[in-house]
Design a protein around this ligand. Structure first.
Ligand code: MN
Length: 203
């Protein structure tokens, strides 16, 4: 990902139709070209006003929210988080269905969730239980333990000093065209198109 201001819309690592039937071309066109573009434009607008953060990487900005001038903080959290979270999400999806999980990650999932199946169930439960707009995450804490967490709106795990490995967008814009109110069906579909190599490489 491009590290600092001014940010440009990053292309998807696959074609728009390639995640069908799990996520439609139309959903990706809106989600990537409209929603992510808006977060990107709005982040640039905010950072235009904060020259001292223009050379700072987006991740460092999101890790050090106290360094953001108070009147710009909400704009950075919402739009900087929006840019980071969406690029992270799109990068970890794959046209290859039901990929194998690399051993390095599988071992850790089994250690912390007792089985891969149980981890998937816990992730689904968390994503389904997120009230309103937000994200479900697999993260690694400072003791190298894996956890599932929820962040609201466009908050990121960086604010809690956690390392993100996988995220699942449960804002309605991520699934409403394809699944309407059936968030569980979208979550089930999402699980099939995770690029586990990308996730494992984030360890
Ligand atoms: Mn989204």
């Amino acid at each position: 990902m491009q590290t600092n201001y001014p940010f440009q819309l990053k292309s998807l690592p696959y074609d728009y139709f390639q995640l069908e039937p799990f996520i439609s071309k139309m959903t990706l066109e809106y989600h990537h070209d409209k929603h992510l573009q808006a977060y990107t434009d709005n982040l640039n607008k905010v950072l235009k006003e904060i020259p001292e953060l223009q050379e700072t990487s987006l991740i460092d900005i999101l890790k050090n929210l106290n360094n953001i001038p108070e009147n710009f903080k909400t704009g950075i959290i919402n739009n900087g988080g929006g840019v980071f979270n969406h690029n992270f999400y799109f990068d970890q999806l794959s046209p290859s269905v039901d990929m194998d999980i690399p051993e390095s990650l599988k071992t850790k999932l089994i250690k912390d969730f007792s089985s891969v199946e149980n981890f998937i169930e816990e992730l689904k439960k968390a994503a389904l239980g997120c009230f309103g707009s937000g994200w479900a995450w697999l993260v690694e804490d400072n003791n190298n333990n894996l956890q599932i967490i929820i962040t609201k709106n466009q908050d990121t795990p960086f604010k809690d000093n956690l390392k993100p490995l996988l995220n699942l967008d449960v804002w309605e814009h991520a699934y409403y065209i394809d699944y309407q109110n059936r968030r569980a069906a979208y979550i089930d579909a999402f699980i099939h198109i995770i690029n586990w190599d990308v996730v494992a490489n984030r360890l």
